[in-house]
Ligand binder design. Structure first.
Ligand code: SF4
Ligand code: SF4
Length: 286
């Protein structure tokens, strides 16, 4: 039987080989204290807008074992998706193949190591109620910045996150320390003034308005959207930790979408196919 240290180092090496650049382990224990209070206050304030699923999923966010009852450890993996590219009307993360599929394929080998060592696991790639950012901070990947994204010295806010809960007891890493300090650059850079010390007010956030909001935008919301088509990178591009981020090592994350100045519906549908935009544009008239 291998030691937990040896299993963890195998997991780490495999994750790096598969293209991930961040790896950390923490317990699967509940979140409490300041984290719970902050989430509760944000949900109570109405800043989650029409995202009722966040309220419904709050218990699982705070208690990872609601997602996997026999979980002991949480393994968090991060993958840089930065590439140098001028700002466009589409957020950078959406300009390549859907990251859920890309990372799904890459994480299998890591899961296989858990299974080969007699473990059970359950994986989340940004599509479950798990609080992946809080797990990433607890596992030492990066701190939750004022723009509510995981901020790493390595690449600032430009990371996709995956979490694997498992029933192996693995050595844990130290939680990430705050690296925002007194910086408020992202707060000032937000074109719709959606960021405050209480978090992001989704009702004003361009990413929410152009990606998540199901109902039609009001006139005021259309103005707040600043002519964006899908998402907004202003608070990511502003973060000083991301200024010298390396280019994505995963080839699929290096694509860019070229669109005419005023794209037609067909232009958008063609561009959206296979990308994270398809979830929205593939299903509706716009
Ligand atoms: S995504 Fe854009 S609108 Fe939303 S908080 Fe960041 S800068 Fe503001
Ligand atoms: S811009 Fe400054 S405050 Fe905002 S996330 Fe980056 S370091 Fe933190």
């Amino acid at each position: 039987m291998k030691s937990p240290e040896l299993i963890k180092s195998e997991l780490f090496r495999t994750a790096m080989k598969c293209g991930f650049d961040g790896f950390g382990v923490c317990s699967a224990d509940d979140f409490s204290g300041a984290e719970r209070a902050r989430l509760d206050a944000w949900l109570e304030s109405g800043m989650c807008a029409e995202m009722g699923y966040l309220r419904r999923g709050a218990d699982t966010k705070l208690s990872p074992r609601k997602f996997m009852p026999n979980a002991i450890s949480a393994i968090c993996l991060a993958a840089n998706f930065f590439r140098k590219s001028p700002e466009t009307r589409i957020a950078l993360y959406a300009q390549g193949p859907d990251y859920h599929h890309v990372l799904r394929n890459r994480i299998r080998e890591v899961e296989d190591i858990i299974a080969a060592n007699g473990g059970e696991y359950r994986t989340s790639i940004d599509a479950s109620p798990l609080w992946e950012k809080a797990i990433a901070a607890r596992a030492g990947i990066g701190c939750i910045g004022k723009n509510t994204l995981i901020i790493r010295k390595f690449n600032g806010p430009w990371s996709f996150l995956c979490v694997i809960l498992c029933n192996l007891k693995l050595p844990t890493d130290a939680p990430a320390q705050d690296i925002c300090g007194n910086c408020d650059i992202c707060i000032k850079a937000c074109p719709s003034r959606a960021i405050s010390s209480a978090g992001i007010d989704a009702r004003k956030c361009i990413s929410y308005l152009t990606i998540e909001k199901k109902s039609a935008l009001s006139e005021e919301e259309t103005k707040l959207s600043h002519n964006k088509i899908f998402g907004c990178d202003a608070c990511l591009r502003a973060c000083p930790y991301g200024k010298d981020a390396p280019e994505a090592a995963i080839e699929e994350f290096r694509g860019t979408i070229q669109l005419p100045q005023n794209p037609s519906r067909d232009d958008l549908l063609n561009a959206a196919r296979g990308t994270p935009m398809w979830r929205r544009f593939g299903k509706r008239e716009f």
